[in-house]
Design a protein around this ligand. Structure first.
Ligand SMILES: Cc1cc2nc3c(=O)[nH]c(=O)nc-3n(C[C@H](O)[C@H](O)[C@H](O)COP(=O)(O)O)c2cc1C
Length: 168
């Protein structure tokens, strides 16, 4: 290998992603939430998506035990919410309202779209664990046309234009 983990992280930072907050309610009724950029689509039929959780995350065991969760796709105005759910604190939900989804998952208001999912498979991903999830329901938000929050090179970015690039 001609690189260390810092160089790998920097190299991968050139690839921009959106930002999601995965949310769930444990069997004991505890609300969970974690900011993630490792979200991606996997399959349309069956409808599958994926995210990964660091093996060192304090909440990993609880995520493993959740059968259902929601993927909340953040808008560019939700940077603060993203930072709040990236902290290792039980107070992540203090003052944050949630909406009950069709499958009893806590949905975050103001997001671009929320997907209710059930756990489909978990795989080894080195120092992360891959959570493949089956989409059960799509909740479109009134602000669906809003712009997504973008994460790249270790910080948030804002998309500049509403106009898609039609040159392709
Ligand atoms: C923009 C952003 C993206 C993140 N993406 C991930 C991710 O994909 N996987 C992950 O395990 N942690 C990710 N984190 C860090 C987690 O959000 C953070 O470690 C987690 O909320 C800690 O929660 P816990 O201590 O309750 O387990 C990300 C943080 C930020 C700010």
């Amino acid at each position: 290998m001609n690189f260390d983990s810092r160089q790998l992280r920097d190299a991968l930072g050139h690839f921009p992603t959106g930002v999601i907050i995965a949310t769930a309610k444990t069997d004991e009724g505890e609300q969970m939430g974690m900011t993630m950029s490792s979200f991606n689509s996997v399959s349309l039929d069956p409808p599958l998506v994926v995210f990964s959780i660091h093996l060192g995350a304090a909440s990993l065991a609880k995520w493993r035990s959740c059968r259902r969760y929601a993927i909340n796709v953040l808008s560019e105005s939700q940077e603060e919410l993203s930072n709040r759910f990236a902290r290792t604190k039980s107070s992540k939900w203090d003052g944050v309202r949630s909406i009950k989804g069709h499958f009893d998952t806590p949905l975050l208001p103001g997001v671009l779209v929320a997907l209710e999912c059930e756990q489909y498979a978990r795989h080894d991903g080195g120092d992360h664990e891959l959570f493949v999830s089956r989409v059960l329901a799509i909740h479109k938000a009134p602000d669906e046309l809003g712009r997504p929050l973008v994460f790249a090179k270790g910080r948030y970015w804002q998309l500049q234009s509403d106009q898609p690039n039609l040159g392709c």
